[in-house]
Design a protein around this ligand. Structure first.
Ligand code: FE2
Ligand code: FE2
Length: 490
């Protein structure tokens, strides 16, 4: 019996060790909390106030009002919690956007009652939410927006309600995965066609009204107008998504892929003015992508973040070893470790300035300071010590913060391993490469750089294996292929 208890305790201990503390969502300022709360109250009032207009007013009506009011308030709270759970870095602006959509939907139901197509008021916001905040948030929003109809309930056909739920769920699920504007366009064409066909089958052929001016806008129940209106509203939504992206800081997959385009002016400048940094960036992209795939992280995010992580080096490319190309090293010329450390820190500060100028979304800009964290600039620190200069260790550390997400932490590790792997002998064994990777990762772990990243021990193990796989690929590329000159066949 004691053995079983000890084994169970051991399993529990191992399980606990393998877990990492849940990341705390970002703090929302008090004023924003107040605004969010007021909007939630407003949604609850407009969804329930009609109960109080009944005359004579009975206690049961007041009870019904109270019940509906509380239900909507709690639903809005759940929606906010789910969105924060799915996106720990969600901003208050984005939360305001989600609940404002709910407010708009509840108001439209009340204003237009049974005259408005539920498909056109619920599906387009679901598309924006799924694109910017993820599928789970969008599904929760759809559930709340579909089930809470202000009293007197709009006479919504059961079949139509079913079609609405299916279409909105499809849009929520696919919207979070869509990776290009073209796919978005396809979705906005196929969903209305799907809605049209299912309405035709489930509701009936006799309700098809071809283009009828009056029925077109307020068209609940008229199948053709319903679906056509949905198609048009969805196309407009796609047109407006970039505006939502810039106003509310939404980071959609399509925006990420657009930013990852190497023809973007900032990246073109990096390749022309700091070719060494550009090459380093490309190799890091490979390492980081492989590691993120291994742990199931956001590959598109890290690929784009990696591309921009060192853009700050554009302010003085020749101060960084990868761009020196055998020429004089300016650090040797100034021979001042403190000044040199300032130049290194400047690549982070200038990078953030470039990010602001180029309107990079915050999750991408975060890669700039977090890839360096609060790492020590060891080389210049030791140089200062050798020169017996009175120094403070913090002057030789980057300003941080340390990586706040798994993706920025992976980038920090890839940044650390890149130079070492590139410099490794072509004949080095896998074990030697793994040893080098482990040493670099361990030094960052010991320095507390990974403390806020949420990476578990198992994930760090997978990251090491991923880096090793990329190293094997690099080694393979560097093996000279036989040529005709060598009297071999190719
Ligand atoms: Fe850097
Ligand atoms: Fe770097």
């Amino acid at each position: 019996m004691q053995n079983i208890t000890t084994t169970l305790k051991k399993i529990f201990y191992l399980w606990k060790r393998s877990q990492v503390p849940e990341k705390q969502p970002t703090k929302i300022p008090l004023i924003d909390k107040l605004i969010i709360f007021l909007i939630c109250i407003l949604i609850s009032i407009i969804s329930s106030y009609k109960y109080l207009l009944i005359s004579p007013l009975y206690i049961s009506d007041i009870f019904s009002w109270f019940l509906t009011f509380t239900e909507i308030l709690i639903s809005s709270g759940i929606l906010i919690l789910v969105s924060r759970r799915e996106n720990p870095t969600i901003s208050s602006r984005q939360i305001i956007l989600i609940i404002s959509f709910l407010l708009a939907v509840q108001s439209s139901k009340l204003l237009f009652a049974s005259n408005i197509s539920p498909l056109s008021i619920i599906i387009p916001p679901a598309l924006i939410i799924s694109q910017g905040m993820g599928s789970i948030t969008a599904l929760t929003w759809v559930t709340i927006a579909s089930f809470n109809w202000p009293n007197p309930a709009v006479a919504i056909n059961n079949n139509l309600f079913f079609i609405l739920l299916v279409c909105a769920s499809v849009v929520s699920l696919l919207g979070g995965r869509i990776r290009s504007r073209a796919q978005l366009l396809q979705l906005s064409i196929f969903v209305p066609i799907g809605a049209f066909l299912s309405q035709w089958i489930l509701i009936g052929k006799n309700k098809i009204a071809l283009f009828d001016k009056q029925e077109f806008v307020f068209s609940n129940g008229d199948i053709f107008s319903d679906s056509l209106l949905l198609g048009i509203v969805m196309l407009f939504t796609i047109l407006f998504i970039p505006i939502f992206e810039s106003i509310f800081g939404l980071l959609t997959k399509a925006r990420l892929l657009e930013l990852a385009d190497k023809e973007k002016p900032l990246i073109r400048r990096l390749s022309l003015e700091a070719p060494g940094t550009f090459e380093h960036t490309l190799l890091i992209c490979g390492l980081a992508e492989e590691a993120t795939r291994m742990i199931g992280g956001d590959i598109d995010l890290i690929k784009t973040g990696a591309l921009y992580h060192d853009v700050g080096k554009l302010h003085a490319p020749n101060w960084f070893i990868e761009n020196q190309d055998g020429s004089k090293n300016p650090h040797d010329e100034i021979d001042d470790p403190i000044k040199s450390a300032e130049v290194l820190q400047a690549h982070v500060d200038e990078g953030l300035k470039y990010a602001r100028k180029n309107r990079l979304p915050k999750p991408i800009a975060n890669f700039i300071p977090e890839h360096q964290g609060t790492l020590k600039m060891g080389y210049f620190f030791h140089k200062a010590k050798e020169k017996n200069i009175k120094i403070n260790e913090n002057d030789f550390r980057y300003n941080g913060p340390v990586p706040q997400s798994k993706e920025t932490a992976i980038l920090m590790l890839a940044d650390g391993c890149e130079a070492a792997l590139r410099a490794m002998n072509i004949n080095a064994s896998d074990n030697e490469a793994l040893e080098t990777i482990t040493k670099i990762i361990y030094s960052r772990q010991k320095d507390g750089q990974l403390d806020d990243s949420n990476l578990s021990k198992g994930e760090i193990f997978l990251i090491k294996r991923a880096f090793l796989n990329v190293w094997k690929r690099i080694r393979h590329r560097r093996i000279q292929y036989p040529t005709v000159k060598n009297n071999t066949f190719s």
